[in-house]
Design a protein around this ligand. Structure first.
Ligand code: NDP
Length: 430
């Protein structure tokens, strides 16, 4: 991937898309509005009712919360994916002019509605893949939190973004940090398809095309950063769910403790920014103040700093290329931080991070298999059916046991995901 361009073109692209519709207000659809990212996205929308209108919200089973959200935000459509809860939600909202849909297909349908300008993908796990693909095909701007989509099918998503000329704006704090560091710089293409024809000047020396040496993704290290293997052997889900700096959904909190989350972020960065695997590094930074960095070819490093508050990257993705003033976002007092430290990750104590690098380097379906195995082991650990260190062991064995598929299609990914889950459960003895 060596195509380059200037990121300022995103500005032209986004403003063009909006000015075509001759409006300032963005209609937002939030997939997974009842989760941690979804709820914070609604808080950002509530702070700026002149800029955002919530067109659609979706949940899987959180019926009471989505009813409450619908009464507050008056969306056009509410989707409750699990059909068991359809009657409850539709009855509770029957006095309002809100359409209530159900079933997994509704998630794909709702994102295609003509008035929607931006889809926030805040669902967790592989389940986010199909609706994300539907949103790209409907040419909606994406604010992507659902990293599993890029972990599973990054190459396919990158291709679709190019085909449908759809931008992906990162919500993950590390990727938002990198994205902010890249403002005004030339970048590799990745999920920014509209950059393809930039830098067309044949006079320009070729070495100016690629100014990025590497991306440095920071990691808090999680609650077990200083634990020995022996100490990690018997840690419980309750301990792992206590993240030192971030308040997140259960699945990602466990992934943070095992550092699989950081591995997934490496994969996410590879596809978002069109980097080679050897251009992405991880630095453990326990204070979680520097959200990530970019090192350039002249030696300069740019970093983005802030409080660990997801509303900041969410707001930036929603309002890009503008920044919105905020009373609700956490504001950093730099004088409170006398020491910011950085260290190399320990791949022996946190083998999931090694597995993610290996899967990315191997290519094909390996990251899809790793994600499927991890969804199984993560859930099993939360249910007390698997030990903490066993998660990475089973993930590794599952990847080794599955045949390699070099160029999976979208439908192949669904088969591979299902088979890898069966294999992981078998290895776990479930
Ligand atoms: P949560 O578990 O808090 O929320 C997940 C949301 O997805 C809920 O609304 C849930 O509905 C919905 N959902 C889950 N499964 C399905 C399904 N099968 N069909 C339809 N909807 C479903 O997750 P988070 O908000 O923590 O994370 C969301 C995504 O964002 C993840 O991919 C995560 O990695 C990423 N992310 C999260 C960060 C954070 O701070 N939380 C930071 C950066 C990235 P219900 O409530 O009904 O279960």
């Amino acid at each position: 991937m060596n195509m380059c361009g200037n990121i300022k073109n995103i500005y032209y692209f986004c403003t063009l898309k909006l000015s075509n519709r001759n409006k300032i207000m963005r209609n937002i659809a939030i997939l997974g509005s009842t989760g941690s990212i979804g709820r914070q996205t609604l808080e950002v929308c509530a702070e700026h009712p002149d800029l955002f209108s919530v067109y659609a919200i979706t949940a899987n089973r959180s019926a009471d919360l989505i009813i409450e959200q619908a009464r507050q935000f008056h969306p056009e459509v509410v989707v409750i994916a699990d059909e068991t809860y359809y009657e409850k939600v539709s009855e509770a909202l029957s006095d309002l002019p809100i359409k209530v849909w159900t079933g997994p297909e509704s998630l794909c349908q709702v994102v295609t509605a003509e008035p929607i300008d931006m889809v926030v993908t805040a669902m967790v796990g592989f389940a986010g893949l199909r609706p994300t693909v539907a949103a790209i095909k409907a040419q909606k701007m994406l604010a992507l939190a659902n990293k599993e989509t890029l972990v599973v099918a990054g190459q396919l998503i990158e291709g679709l973004c190019a085909e449908y000329q759809v931008p992906i704006l990162p919500v993950d704090s590390e990727h938002s940090a990198i994205f902010q560091c890249l403002q005004g710089e030339s970048i590799a293409r990745g999920c920014f398809p509209w950059l393809a024809n930039d830098n067309a000047n044949p006079e320009k020396p070729h070495y100016l095309d690629n100014p990025i040496d590497k991306l440095i993704i920071t990691a808090s290290g999680g609650p077990f950063r200083t634990f020995t293997m022996e100490q990690m052997r018997d840690v419980t889900a309750a301990q792992a769910l206590k993240h030192p700096n971030w308040d997140m959904g259960a699945k990602i909190t466990i992934d943070s403790a095992s550092m699989m989350n950081k591995g997934f972020e490496v994969i996410e960065a590879r596809w978002l920014f069109g980097m080679n695997t050897d251009q992405i590094e991880v630095a453990v930074h326990p204070q979680s103040i520097v959200h990530s960095m970019v090192q350039f070819s002249d030696g300069a490093i740019k970093a983005q700093l802030g409080c660990p508050d997801m509303k900041v990257p969410i707001a930036y993705a929603l309002s890009y290329p503008d920044r919105m003033p905020s009373q609700i976002n956490g504001k950093l007092r730099i004088e409170d931080y006398a020491h910011l430290t950085f260290e190399r990750p320990d791949l022996e104590r946190f083998p999931n991070l090694r597995l993610a690098f290996e899967a990315l380097a191997a290519g094909g379906d390996r990251t899809c298999v790793l994600n499927a195995a991890n969804e199984v082991t993560n859930e099993a650990f939360r249910r007390g059916q698997c030990k903490f260190l066993q998660m990475a062991e089973v993930n590794e064995k599952t990847v080794a046991a599955m045949p390699f598929v070099a160029s999976p299609s979208l439908e192949d990914y669904f088969e591979i995901d299902a088979e890898a889950r069966i294999k992981a459960r078998e290895i776990l003895g479930l």
